[in-house]
Write a protein that binds this ligand. Structure first.
Ligand SMILES: NC(=O)c1ccc[n+]([C@@H]2O[C@H](COP(=O)([O-])OP(=O)(O)OC[C@H]3O[C@@H](n4cnc5c(N)ncnc54)[C@H](OP(=O)(O)O)[C@@H]3O)[C@@H](O)[C@H]2O)c1
Length: 314
């Protein structure tokens, strides 16, 4: 089976939860066009995006549909690495084998493709499901050519290790990527047990929320984003006014000002430079936002800059 690293992904992965949520179909296509024009080739989505705010009329699967229509219109399927996830769609909830096998066909249909490059388990909420059942289902998808590489997200170190151990013992499909939450105001989930497993087992870390939902751009402090849909606990709003959040923004400001770049650029560059990270994921609602994210390619943080950010974010 394919390993994520062999797919040659770009160092900045474009998050897809905005498509059909905070960006309409036209804006989404503009962002996708600008992303590939800027040298990106790695797009992250889920069969559930964007189902977190049903009261806003969001349709799960809309993000995949927008990406699928764009791939078909541009005829560039083989130039893009598409990652999607299973386990959080209201009609295909969880990672029981039957759910995975049914959900993948829906994702393929919406994405208008016959293969998914990287297929993640979105959540591992029910640890009573045997790892062998799940790997068995994923292995079938790999054998059938529906999926090239597999990965996990939102999982404990113990379960991640158990999945890998089963795959190795049985010679079946094996996770090659982990997608944890990881950024300057949320380090605890990843650093420690999960990172140890990733390091030891040679997985690629593809972290989400690289900007802490936009908080690390600094715009919540400036008040520019008050009332934003992400200005809620669990997203950007959860960090505004916290002691750690304030310290991190001050450190980002110092580094960004010295370099003449935006806070967002330094924030995503920090994630990209952490051990085991292959490509941080961040989304952009507009083409203008994208440029600050691509600018991470020109920022190699020095040891003393990394130290300033490390101390502020502890
Ligand atoms: N595995 C999981 O459970 C999981 C969970 C969450 C996300 N994800 C993935 O990770 C991706 C990234 O997460 P996310 O999009 O929620 O958060 P994020 O990447 O941390 O924040 C992105 C948001 O910040 C704002 N922003 C981006 N660039 C900006 C700039 N230059 N200036 C000002 N504002 C800027 C935009 O929102 P506004 O303009 O609306 O402020 C943008 O949508 C998602 O799209 C998804 O693919 C995975």
């Amino acid at each position: 089976m394919t390993d994520l690293r062999s797919l040659g992904v770009s160092g900045f992965c474009l998050g897809g939860n905005v498509f059909g949520w905070t960006a309409d179909a036209v804006q989404s296509r503009d962002v996708l066009d600008a992303y590939v024009a800027g040298g990106g080739n790695f797009i992250d989505t889920s069969d559930s995006y964007m189902n977190y705010f049903p009261e806003q009329g969001n349709v799960p699967g809309q993000s995949e549909t927008i990406i699928g229509d764009w791939l078909a219109a541009r005829g560039n399927r083989d130039q893009v690495v598409v990652a999607t996830k299973v386990g959080d769609h209201p009609e295909y909830m969880g990672i029981e084998p039957a759910t995975i096998k049914a959900a993948v066909d829906e994702s393929l249909r919406r994405l208008r493709t016959d293969y998914i490059d990287l297929y993640y388990l979105h959540y591992d909420r029910d640890e009573s499901i045997p790892v062998g059942d799940v790997i068995g289902a994923l292995d079938e998808l790999v054998q059938a050519g529906k999926v090239r590489a597999i990965g996990a997200s939102n999982i404990t170190p113990e379960r991640l290790a158990a999945f890998l151990e089963f795959s190795d013992r049985e010679g079946m499909a094996r996770f090659s990527a982990l997608q944890p939450q990881y950024n300057l105001v949320s380090r605890e989930t990843y650093e420690g047990g999960l990172r140890d497993v990733v390091q030891r087992e040679g997985l690629a870390c593809v972290p989400y929320f690289a900007l802490a939902s936009g908080f690390l751009t600094g715009k919540y402090r400036a008040g520019e984003a008050s009332g934003n849909v992400r200005d809620v606990p669990g997203m950007a709003g959860g960090y505004a006014g916290t002691e750690r959040g304030t310290r991190v923004l001050e450190a980002l400001e110092a580094v960004a000002t010295e370099r003449g770049v935006q806070l967002a650029t330094v924030a995503i560059a920090w994630v990209a430079q952490q051990p085991t990270v292959v490509a941080p994921i961040a989304s952009a609602r507009t083409v203008e936002q994208l440029s600050a994210l691509f600018a991470m390619n020109d920022v190699q943080l020095t040891a003393s800059e990394l130290d300033v950010l490390d101390v502020a974010s502890r």
